[in-house]
Design a protein around this ligand. Sequence first.
Ligand code: NAP
Length: 423
Amino acid sequence: MKEAGIGILGFGTIGQGVARILTQRANVIQLRNGRPFTLEKIYCRNFQDKDLKGLPVEYFTNNPKELLNADNIDTVVELIGGTEIAYSLVQQALQNGKNVVTANKALIATHGEELLVLANEKKVKLLFEASVAGSIPILRILREHFCAGEILKITGILNGTCNYLLSELEKGGSTFEQVLKEAQRLGYAEADSSFDTEGYDAAQKLSILASCAFGIRLPDWKEIPRSGISELLLDDFVFAERIGKRIRLLGKAEMTEHGLFAGVHPRLVGANSEIGKVVGAENMLFIEDEFESPLRLSGSGAGSLPTAMSVLADLGECARGKDSSPFFSFHRRKECVFAPRNQIKKEAYVRIQIQDQVGIVARVADAFAKKNISLLGIFHNQSHTTIAFLLYEAPITDIEEAVEIISHFDFVVGKPLLLSVES
Ligand SMILES: NC(=O)c1ccc[n+]([C@@H]2O[C@H](COP(=O)([O-])OP(=O)(O)OC[C@H]3O[C@@H](n4cnc5c(N)ncnc54)[C@H](OP(=O)(O)O)[C@@H]3O)[C@@H](O)[C@H]2O)c1
C-alpha cells in the first residue's frame, strides 16, 4: 500500500495542529483512509528558534524547495496564510504535480480561479475546506450532500471574532474598544482586527461558499457588498433588545433569476432565533435547497485542532483519490453574475445621532415618506442624542437614498447606521 507523503508549509497555529494529529493519530488515519499518511517535511523559516512541539528536528527545513521538489511528497499543505509567498509556493506545488490542501481563504478568494485551472491542467487536487468556517465541513457537504436539488440560499455567521465582540457588547456596560481589547487578550482577535471587524474576512469566505454552492466561478470578493461592526453604538444593542432582536454579522448568498445576491452586513435577527442565540466565537450556517428544510451547521470557526481536522479531511480525500462531484468540476462552472440591488426588499433599522432640535422626527419621517417608506417604530435614548427608526419592508435602494438625504440634515451628527431586519 503506497504511503501518502505529506509536506507542510508553515508551522504556526494550524500547522502545529496538523503536524500533531498526523504524527499522533497515524493508526486511526490509516484505518479511516485505507492508506498510511507520512509527514515527510515541514517548511518553517526560522525553525532553529522555535518550539518544535516535540517533533524531531529532522522534520524541519527552511528551504521550501525540499518539499516542492521531493518525490516522496504527493500532497503539500499550505498553512502560511496571505497572498504573497503562499501564492507562489502553491503555484509551484501544483506545477510540480502535487495535490494542495490549504486553509487560506485570502489565497483562494483572490487567486482561487487561476489555481483551480492549474490544478485541473495538472490533474491534481486543490482542496480548501478549512478556509471557510474552520471545523464545519461545509464545502464537503455542499459538494457531496446536495447532489439532487438546487441550493437556493446560504446564510451564516462566518466570523467568530465578530460574533464574540457582538455577544459581549450586547451584555452592556462595555464599549467596542474595551471589548476588542479583551478579545485580543484572549486570542480571539488579531492585533490589527480590522480585517475581521470590517467584514473583509467574511466576504472572502462568502465568495468561496457561493462558488461551491451555486457551481459558479469564484465571485470577486471585493465586489460583495460589505459593512462591519465597528460603527455600532451601545444604543443600537439597547434598541435591538427592546424589539426582541440581537445584532449578528451575517453573510448571505442567494441565487435568483436575476443573478447572485451576496452581502456581509450586521443585521437585526430574532433574539430567540437559532442564529440570534449563537454567542462567543462560534460559526453557524443555514443552507436552503429546494427539497430540505434549512440544514443548520454550527461549530468552531477557528482554532488549531478544529481547523486541523478540516485539513485532515481534505488530506483523506487526496489520499483516497476520490473524484469531486462533476457539478463542481472546473469546466461546468458558470460565470458569476451579480443581481441588481434594486431587486432587494428589506425591513430596516436606521439610527441617527442628533443635536436636539424641534421637528426632527417629522423631517426624517417626511424623507422616508417621499420614498413611500412607512415607519413601524421610533426609539430614542434617554438623553435624546440617538434616535432609531424601524421601517416597513421597502426596496433597499430606496431606503439607502432616503438615508443619504437624512445624513445631510443639519441636526444629524456623524454617519447614520442602516441595518436590515431579518424576519
Ligand atoms: N488560526 C485559525 O484559527 C485559522 C482558522 C481557519 C483558517 N486559518 C488559516 O490558516 C492559515 C494559517 O493560519 P495560522 O493561524 O496557523 O497562522 P500563524 O499562526 O500566523 O502561522 C503562520 C506560519 O507561516 C509562517 N510564515 C508567515 N509568513 C511567512 C513568510 N513570509 N515566509 C515564510 N513563512 C511564513 C509563520 O512563520 P513565523 O512563525 O516565523 O512567523 C508561521 O509558521 C491562514 O491562511 C489562516 O487564514 C487559520
